[in-house]
Design a protein. Structure first.
Length: 134
């Protein structure tokens, strides 16, 4: 979403570089149905502008998407993380259940999660380390 709306909404353009690295196979990544639902919701609302087709594109890039299971919902409910909303807790629990150690999000609330490393796409140095590790 950030990559598609970046020019319109001033969101981090590094997201485009991350998606290109994933598409090339240089970076392993996954996403869940919960993430795609959030993007689709915004796309259908038409805000921010520039999201037409982004959900279908992301689906093709990340297929197969990760499910939100009973185990994940249980983990999200048990998560002690002040400042994280319901969907963000589901994202963290999805990462934990699938052995994913890094989450990329512009949401600083993920900084408080100890089990999952947070990378802000606005942090150019962190993004470069992610897509071109030494």
């Amino acid at each position: 979403m950030y990559a598609s709306a970046a020019a319109d909404a001033g969101l981090p353009q590094a997201c485009g570089e991350i998606l290109e690295a994933i598409a090339r196979g240089d970076l392993q990544a996954g996403t869940s149905v919960a993430v795609l639902e959030e993007v689709w919701h915004l796309e259908l609302r038409g805000r921010p502008r520039g999201l037409a087709g982004v959900t279908a594109d992301a689906y093709r890039l990340f297929t197969p998407v990760l499910s939100v299971t009973d185990e994940i919902l249980s983990g999200a409910l048990a998560l002690e993380a002040d400042g994280l909303g319901a969907n963000d807790r589901i994202h963290v629990a999805t990462c934990t259940a699938n052995g994913i150690d890094t989450i990329i999000s512009a949401d600083a609330a993920f900084d408080s999660i100890g089990d999952v490393r947070h990378i802000d796409p606005g942090d150019a140095a962190a993004v470069q380390r992610l897509i071109a590790p030494s």
